[in-house]
Every structure is written in C-alpha cells, then in structure tokens.
Design a protein around this ligand. Structure first.
Ligand code: ARG
Length: 289
C-alpha cells in the first residue's frame, strides 16, 4: 500500500517535470500559438476547440447555370454562389459549397449534413411544411424550350407531347399537372441540362424549367437550335434559401444579410453581372423580354 503510494507520488512528480519540459519547449517554438490550429489532427473523443468563425456547409445542385454550376476547374460558381458569399461576408460567417444532387438535397438538410441550401429553390407551400425559407431573393417563372421548327405556341400544346423536366422541380409539378399523374410522356431527368440534351437529340419534344436556366442554355448553345415559349398560365415563383425547420437563428442571419446586400448595392452588382438588367425590374420580366 505505502510503496504503491510512494511510487505513484514519484511517478506524478516525474511526469509533472516532464510535462513542464514539454510545455516550455512548446512555448519556445511559437509564442502566441495556444489553441490547436484548425488543421491539427482531431482527437476523436476530445471536444474540438471552438474555431473562431464557424464554416457553414451549403448544399447546391451545381448543374443549374447561371445560378450554380461547376467551372473548368471544378469550382462551384454562379449567381446563387455570389449572393450567398456576399450574405455570409455581411453576416460574419464562412461558407463552404458542396455539390449536392437535387434528388435528396432536402434530405441533407433534415439530416444535418448541410446547414442551408441555395439552389434556385422555389419557395412553395408544400416545401414550407418541411423546411424554412429566407425572404425571397429572386423572381422566376417556368419557360418552355422547344426546337426552332416546333409548332408549340403555348403550354397547352404540350398535352400530347413528350416533355422533359428535372425530377421534383416546380417544372415537374406543372407538367405533371398538365399531362396527368400517370402520363408516360413526362420524362424525368436527374438534372435540367440532361433534359435539354435529350431535347437536342429528339428524345423529348419540349423541356419545361426555370426561365433563367432555359434562357442561359438557349443563348449559350445556339447550335442546339432551340427557341423559348412563355405562357401566361405559369405562376410567378420566388427563390429562397432553405434552412432546417425551426433554425430561426440562422434564418435571421440570412435575412439580415440579404437585406444588407440589397441595401448597399451588392445585390444589384451581382444581378447585373449575371443578367445585365436592373434588379428592380425583377428577373421574370427582364428574362422574358
Ligand atoms: N426552381 C425550381 C424548383 O425549385 C428548380 C430548381 C432546381 N435547382 C437546381 N439547382 N437544380 O423546383
């Protein structure tokens, strides 16, 4: 008993000296470095040292130019990316964009894999049941793309045709409503560019998607030989940033940031960079001209 105690004491003393030595060595190296740098290998069970700015993970389906797409270097770029980056800067947090397939994008929010989403997401009553949206930051509307020689002149003309949409989008919704729930003529694609490729190859007769994306594609792929057809029956849509239901703390930050970039002209600058028109006019009216 006594020997054990003695040994323990002795051990502690030696250990203490050793520790002091280590500390001194560490102090001598880098005077100001007290907290572990972010890149230090994390010890599994130890609580992570609180890093100064928390990096928020932002999910986006980066196949939706000009809102979000990947450039040659694989970087995620676009209007949405610039808007969120500006919002983050104002609100004082950092963001990391993670390419996230549209199908399942809302699940990543539920599961906490993403802090919020920017993906040209239309604010809908149905979606509002399962997530919360920021104040709207962009006006949009559905638009039809067809081959130049197509006789389609209005949405109703698509009734008996094969129509390509991106699964689970508002375009999917309106087309499914027009053609019928069980119609085999609704052709659903993982991404909007895939649907447009299919239009090019003649697999579908039309594609219905957000106006900004259709116009961007038609303009940049003149060889595809597309034209656009608008229709008064398409309801106005608005994009919002999506957060997990109940995350009011983040929502307030995002709304404040959005208000700030609208107030100081940053939003207008970004808008002009991508759409060249005045933001006040609204995207829908500007884009359909
Ligand atoms: N605005 C449409 C919707 O919310 C389409 C959005 C698709 N976005 C994307 N990045 N693929 O349903």
């Amino acid at each position: 008993m006594t020997t054990t105690l003695m040994n323990t004491r002795k051990f502690l003393k030696t250990a203490g000296l050793l520790c002091a030595g280590v500390l001194l060595a560490a102090c001598g190296k880098q005077g100001s470095e007290t907290a572990a740098p972010a890149s230090a290998p994390a010890v599994a069970s130890a609580p992570a040292p609180t890093p100064a700015p928390r990096v928020l993970v932002v999910g986006t389906d980066a196949a939706y130019a000009p809102f979000e797409s990947q450039n040659e270097k694989g970087e995620i770029v676009g209007f949405d990316i610039d808007v969120v980056s500006a919002v983050a800067q104002k609100a004082g947090f950092e963001v990391k964009f993670v390419n996230t397939p549209w199908e399942g994008i809302f699940n990543t929010l539920q599961q906490g894999d993403r802090d919020f989403l920017v993906s040209a997401i239309t604010i809908t009553d149905e979606r509002k049941q399962t997530m919360d949206f920021s104040s709207p930051y962009f006006d949009a509307q559905q638009l039809i793309a067809v081959k130049k020689n197509s006789k389609v002149g209005k949405f109703d003309d698509l009734k008996k045709l094969k129509v390509g949409v991106q699964t689970g989008t508002t375009g999917d919704e309106v087309v499914t409503k027009l053609l019928g729930k069980n119609s085999t003529n609704v052709k659903r694609f993982e991404s909007t560019p895939l649907a447009l490729k299919e239009l090019e190859s003649g697999g579908v007769d039309a594609v219905v998607a957000d106006n900004g994306v259709i116009i961007n594609y038609v303009t940049n792929n003149s060889a595809a030989g597309f034209k656009t057809v608008s229709d008064k029956s398409f309801a106005p849509e608005q994009y919002g940033l999506a957060v997990k239901k109940g995350n009011t703390e983040l929502l307030e930050k995002l709304n404040k940031g959005l208000a700030d970039i609208k107030a100081d002209g940053t939003y207008d600058q970004i808008y002009t960079k991508y759409f060249g028109a005045k933001a006040a006019e609204g995207a829908a009216s500007a884009a359909s001209k």
